[in-house]
Design a protein around this ligand. Structure first.
Ligand SMILES: [Zn+2]
Length: 297
């Protein structure tokens, strides 16, 4: 019997583990540094799982969210920003070391799942979750299950071109994926920071306060960003028509997104009655571990 669910959120610099009790409450949580090499990572995760199991129940399910995805054919990690994970059969290796089944999923899918199950998107059938942070990730959840697709790329809207592109947006910015004009390059946190304070800036902290105080550069940066976000969400609605779009990442803390983007989105959506809800996440930084734990539904 598996009353407890363990969820692990693997980041570029840290590993976080949490145990959810049968009601979905986090009862144990700990965080350690990511050792930065593959074998050390496997052993560190095994150690953290064993420690947590010792305090919960002898049996618990294990789910892991990673900043990348598992290739359906090779079963190896791909697209991870911790590049030393790429090409490694991470899930299979962990199962061997732990002697138990492990479910591995992209971290944006875990975020969307966490918010769909008991977060800001609870009770909705089709949920699109997006993390607007250092990159732009996305995940689709239908009936409380991640929709991943045969190539494990469903929801990766960060690498779709920004729609209804304008003359002044050329030349399109290059993206690490090899294409240009990707949504990620326009809507990641640093894109907004650079609109406000110029190239090389990364932080959007204080931008709304600056705009309210009359900083015209901040006002214009927010106007441009919100209009682009409206276009990008309209694309999502025209393609997927989710019941709700739930936001995470640093940019999700900006309140003007929720007050202004819905009107902007309606200008581009194919149906003028568009009422798609745009909501802020409920679980914040806990969404990673929670969603990983809920991979065992
Ligand atoms: Zn791209």
């Amino acid at each position: 019997m598996s009353d407890y669910r363990l969820g692990i959120d693997l980041g570029g610099t840290k590993i976080e583990i949490a145990a959810l009790d049968p009601t979905g409450e986090i009862v144990i949580r700990r965080r350690e540094a990511n050792p930065g090499t593959y074998d050390a990572l496997l052993h560190k995760i095994a150690e953290m799982v064993q420690q947590t199991l010792a305090e919960t129940a002898p049996v618990a399910t294990v789910g892991i969210g990673i900043p990348g995805s598992i290739d359906a054919q090779s079963r190896c990690v791909k697209n991870a920003n911790a590049v030393w994970l790429n090409g490694k059969p991470f899930g299979d290796d962990l199962e061997r070391i732990l002697g138990a089944a492990v479910r591995v999923e992209n971290d944006a899918n875990c975020f969307a799942l966490s918010e769909a199950i008991d977060g800001a998107a609870a009770g909705h059938k089709v949920v699109f979750g997006t993390i607007l942070g250092s990159g732009v990730g996305g995940g689709i959840v239908v009936n409380n299950e991640p929709l991943t697709g045969p190539h494990h790329v469903a929801g990766e809207w960060g690498h779709i071109p920004l729609p209804w592109v304008r003359q002044e947006e050329f030349p399109l910015p290059k993206c690490f994926c090899g294409n240009e004009g990707c949504i990620e390059r326009f809507l990641c946190g640093s894109a907004l920071a650079e609109l406000w304070k110029g190239p090389g800036n990364r932080s959007t902290h204080g931008i709304e306060e600056a705009a309210q105080a009359g900083d015209q550069t901040a006002v214009k940066a927010l106007d441009i960003y919100i209009e682009r976000l409206g276009r990008a969400f309209a694309l999502l609605v025209n393609l997927l028509d989710p019941d709700v779009i739930v936001l995470g990442g640093g940019v999700s803390n900006l309140s003007s997104i929720y007050s202004r983007v819905p009107d902007m989105m309606r200008r581009y959506v194919v149906t003028p009655e568009c009422k798609t809800e745009i909501v802020k996440n409920r679980h914040g930084d806990s969404s990673g571990v929670r969603g990983a734990a809920w991979l065992w539904g």
